[in-house]
Write a protein that binds this ligand. Sequence first.
Ligand SMILES: *[C@@H]1O[C@H](CO)[C@@H](O)[C@H](O)[C@H]1NC(C)=O
Ligand SMILES: *[C@@H]1O[C@H](CO)[C@@H](O)[C@H](O)[C@H]1NC(C)=O
Length: 378
Amino acid sequence: MRLLVIFACVVAALAQELPLAEECDAEKCKLPDCRCSGTDIPGGFEAHRIPQFVLLTFDDAVTVSNIETYRSLLGERKNFNKCQVGATFFVSHEYTDYRLLNELYSNGYEIAMHSISHQSQDYFRNADKELLRKEIADQKTIITNFGAIPAASIQGVRMPFLQMAGNASFEIMKEAGLKYDLSMPTTQFDYPGMWPYTLDYASTQDCISGPCPSASFPGLWAIPMIAWTDLDKYKCAMVDACFSTPADDDTEGWFRFILQNFERHYLGNRAPFGFYVHEGPVRTRPGLRAALVRFMDMLSTMNDVALVTASELLDWVQNPVSLADYLQKPCREVTLGRRCRSVTCVGLPSNHTTELLNMNNCLRCPRVYPWLGNPLGE
Ligand SMILES: *[C@@H]1O[C@H](CO)[C@@H](O)[C@H](O)[C@H]1NC(C)=O
Ligand SMILES: *[C@@H]1O[C@H](CO)[C@@H](O)[C@H](O)[C@H]1NC(C)=O
């Protein structure tokens, strides 16, 4: 009897405890599916022999008021190799127009997740698995159904407020078949910059907004958000979170500011350079917007730079090739989504607000506004 009780306890403990991530052993942890955290260049290349990858990401809802910025910034823009540039959208659910999300996806941009409710930072710091299942796994259900976007194309997560929730978000990512997190800033590994790595083994990255994961999650990737340095030498993970910046209308100043940050990567170990921002500041600060356009124009003339989506970046990290070989590769395929059968839904009731909400989408009008625990709005 006593043995049985002990046995039951051990089984219960095993079911609860995740395996602790151990110190990384580069002999055992090899590409394409495992990489130790570090600043070494994947494939062992010298920096000038690989492309400098640049990531442009936008967070939050995709709406009729911000789609114009996305269309005009990205439009027909190409990299040096004539392939369309990439951008990644970390979408939060409330107010998102799923027809516009489908448009972004169909035009070749990457759609990733940023939660359903995007409520307070404390809420996400303390979020457990059950809650994150509703915020993240269910959001994938919303996006695939209402946005008519293939599940396989949805791979990434950025936690709201860049607030980590320990192991929980990674447990849910595994469950939901997701591949990477792009929420963890590093100020310690900005020069040289830390390359993306997997969570098979313990990470050496600094943890800015903990609790960070400490269990082992084989095959899940972390793309560190390498901090920028502002004009007073403070570090910032997102462009619009930098405190000391050029004035809103100072295009020249903003361009120099962007270049200074870019050059730490380009002239360093070429770790991915992130331009992580929200649409609002780009729209309302003319200097920032004009400088971003000028910066992207400049990138498209450089044969050793590529503006790509986060999953394209990971494709290269998993199978690194030289710049010369990269330039020979065909462009990523833009697999057109199921075309959107446009549905306009107005005045849907919801439990989280007394406001009636609209939800344009590609599926049908749900009975109620989709929300936590009811992703299909049934
Ligand atoms: C994550 O999992 C590891 C291994 O089971 C555990 O030691 C750690 O306390 C967990 N972290 C949190 C914040 O729960
Ligand atoms: C609110 O929640 C109740 C109980 O869970 C449910 O029956 C009702 O349909 C919900 N209403 C809306 C508008 O979501």
